[in-house]
Design a protein around this ligand. Sequence first.
Ligand SMILES: Nc1ncnc2c1ncn2[C@@H]1O[C@H](COP(=O)(O)OP(=O)(O)O)[C@@H](O)[C@H]1O
Ligand SMILES: [Mg+2]
Length: 254
Amino acid sequence: MGNAKVLELHGLTKHFGGVRAVDGVDLTVASGEILGLIGPNGSGKSTIVNLICGLFPLTAGRVLFGGADISELPPHTRVALGITRTFQNIRLFGQLTVWQNLWVAQNSGEQRKQNFLPRWLGGSKGARAEIDRMLEFFDLGHKRDELAGNLAFGEQRRLEFARALAARPALLLLDEPAAGMNAEEIEQLDSRIRKMRQNGVTVLLIEHHMELVMSVADRIAVLNFGQKIAEGTASAVQSNPVVRDAYLGTTTGA
Ligand SMILES: Nc1ncnc2c1ncn2[C@@H]1O[C@H](COP(=O)(O)OP(=O)(O)O)[C@@H](O)[C@H]1O
Ligand SMILES: [Mg+2]
């Protein structure tokens, strides 16, 4: 199980007009792994997440999930299969409560769960209890009836995270989850990512905050101009001169 490939990108390519946003990227994420994906602004990180989620068609290449080619599947089918994400810019249902946001998300992952947990067996009580646990885990229990649009920024980030988890993902894609967070919030994020992995979630973590990604990721891949320029452990990547030139040298201390 530890070696099973959850996600495989083969020659992943996306051109927007003349812009080679993603240019022939090969990448594998193993079951239970936390893979960090870093690179300068505009290097194609968010586009890779969008391609894995099926937001727009590939120019070339393939996306495999659990060994199956999902390159042509629509986004909602991929969610139902167990791929969820957070957005670089928060996207919540602002006019729904915190609890309702999680309820909607949970039902988007329902298709998959139904296969082995019939609704009449687990019942809505089980689903509700799961939402309660999620609220607890993200320290949002006291905000359950608040409209999502009225939450403070840090709370909205936590809710977005909770929502991605509520759909019971096998693979969670996090696009710069630490953006705008203070040191204490980043520390909490670090421990939550580790706990999720303990619970069997595989994570692709895009992050600018080097301390977080170096601490939490098992392996790191580095992008530059849409191409993968390095891949390895945190220390190998940090001491790689190509990476230092392209990226780390310019952001140290930022
Ligand atoms: N929907 C789009 N339409 C046109 N160009 C895009 C679109 N999305 C991203 N790009 C371009 O693709 C490149 C990679 O962007 P992105 O994946 O957002 O980079 P990153 O997340 O690494 O900062 C950039 O040049 C960006 O302007
Ligand atoms: Mg981005």
